[in-house]
Design a protein around this ligand. Structure first.
Ligand SMILES: Cc1cc2nc3c(=O)[nH]c(=O)nc-3n(C[C@H](O)[C@H](O)[C@H](O)COP(=O)(O)OP(=O)(O)OC[C@H]3O[C@@H](n4cnc5c(N)ncnc54)[C@H](O)[C@@H]3O)c2cc1C
Length: 388
């Protein structure tokens, strides 16, 4: 397989179209909606109408027929305009990919056109309070009862349940209560009887909210199961690798946004004679370092997406993890440098970088933490002993 170092003309054109649409909204729109406690629905709908949300979904199900590299490019460009759409990481990337690869023909016809157009929003629920990073310990259980599945358990930090129509829930089947995780995936409507939602207040302001969920014997039809109940981990990773690639895309975009703001300011802010502050190496070098590390992260992200699109899931997994790590680091570093470059203005509400500085920490925690990626790379890439 050969992976080029430059993107195709089509991908470049896609980036330009996304950039100009996202720029019409920009960070000001997102911040205002978030502060009012409202969603960025107009932005989402506009992205849907332009075919950006479903760019990775197969054409026969209403999508653009592109790959994860295209979807990642869309999210990166939106994010670079200060207008990231967190639910793109979940709805078309995780849930869309899993249904497209593992779903039945009926499930594809039922769900993919809506996910592609953005009219259907899908959330994804794997994290549990007592399992956290150790997904092998999840205890949410799916039990067969005649033609139905009955789901019992709890999830936490699930994004966007209030704006989603459906969510893909990761559970264990009753006969797989112990031992290694044998994930079974279920589509659950967000208004299902027996589902309780509790909002988790967060210290950063964003349009997307996080939720703790309680499943009290939620009854689902037999066709809620996506894939094979004994299908194993690959079905889950058909969605988790895209999630990590999209996490990297979002954080690379955040870093681009912060870097651009900081560079503009460093070129124009003058406090010593006629020189702008960017003439001082104390300001210029951290910005140059961010630029280099950002390009490293973007290369990893593009390589991971290209591997996933080429069907090399195993190697894609390794690069998706490394890209997610690099993206999380560069978003945090870029926001930190951008705030410092702005001096006191860096923390004003008007500039909006302070809130993003906190939000960027998410890239080191979710969907998989920096430490768990280091564990993975130490063990799988370097062959070191398992440490946990
Ligand atoms: C804003 C937000 C949105 C989210 N959205 C979703 C969502 O939509 N769906 C979903 O399912 N989940 C979601 N999550 C959950 C997210 O994936 C988890 O928070 C993440 O996987 C870490 O799990 P945890 O918070 O339980 O941390 P823990 O597992 O409790 O870890 C705590 C700390 O210990 C470290 N640690 C744990 N084990 C090890 C080890 N073996 N070696 C070294 N260090 C270790 C971790 O890296 C971390 O720093 C979201 C989280 C947030 C904050």
């Amino acid at each position: 397989m050969t992976i080029p170092f430059t993107e195709s003309e089509e991908r470049a054109a896609l980036r330009e179209s996304v950039k100009s649409l996202a720029a019409k909204y920009g960070h000001a729109y997102v911040a205002e909606q978030a502060r009012k406690g409202e969603k960025t629905t107009a932005l989402w709908d506009d992205f849907g109408k332009h075919g950006f949300i479903g760019v990775n979904i197969p054409e026969e199900y209403g999508g653009g027929g592109g790959g994860m590299g295209d979807l990642a490019a869309v999210l990166e460009e939106a994010s670079a305009q200060g207008a990231p759409l967190l639910m793109m990481v979940v709805s078309p990337a995780i849930v869309g990919s899993i249904i497209a690869r593992c779903g039945t023909e009926e499930q594809k016809k039922q769900w993919l056109p809506g996910i592609a157009s953005g009219e259907t929003v899908a959330a994804f629920a794997i994290t549990e309070p007592d399992a956290g990073s150790n997904s092998h310990q999840i205890t949410t259980t799916a039990t067969r009862d005649g033609d139905s599945w009955v789901i019992k358990g709890q999830k936490t930090f699930i994004s966007g349940v209030d704006e989603a129509d459906v969510m893909l829930v990761v559970a264990r089947t009753a006969d797989a209560k112990t031992g290694k995780l044998k994930p079974a995936l279920f589509l659950m409507p967000t208004d299902a009887a027996g589902l309780e939602k509790q909002h988790i207040p967060m210290e950063f302001v964003a349009p997307e909210k996080q939720w703790t969920l309680f499943f009290d014997d939620v009854r689902l039809p037999a066709d809620a199961l996506v894939g094979d109940e004994d299908g194993g981990l690959w079905q889950l990773f058909a969605g988790l690798n895209p999630e990590r690639i999209m996490g990297a895309a979002m954080t690379c975009g955040q870093a681009r946004y912060a870097l651009e703001k900081a560079v503009d300011y460093a070129k124009t802010r003058t406090v010593w004679k006629d020189q702008p502050i960017g003439a001082h190496q104390g300001i210029a070098h951290p910005l140059a370092k961010v630029k280099i590390e950002l390009e490293q992260a973007r290369l990893l992200m593009q390589k991971a997406a290209a591997l996933y699109d080429a069907g090399d899931d195993f190697t894609a997994g390794e690069y998706a993890n490394m890209a997610k790590y690099a993206g999380g680091e560069i978003a945090c570093n870029a926001l930190d440098v951008a705030v410092q470059t702005h001096g006191g203005s860096g923390l004003t509400t008007e500039l909006g970088l302070g809130n993003q500085l906190v939000a960027a920490r998410l890239g080191r925690i979710a969907p998989v933490s920096r430490e768990m990626i280091l564990n993975f790379v130490a063990m799988h890439s370097l062959g070191l002993p398992k440490s946990y």
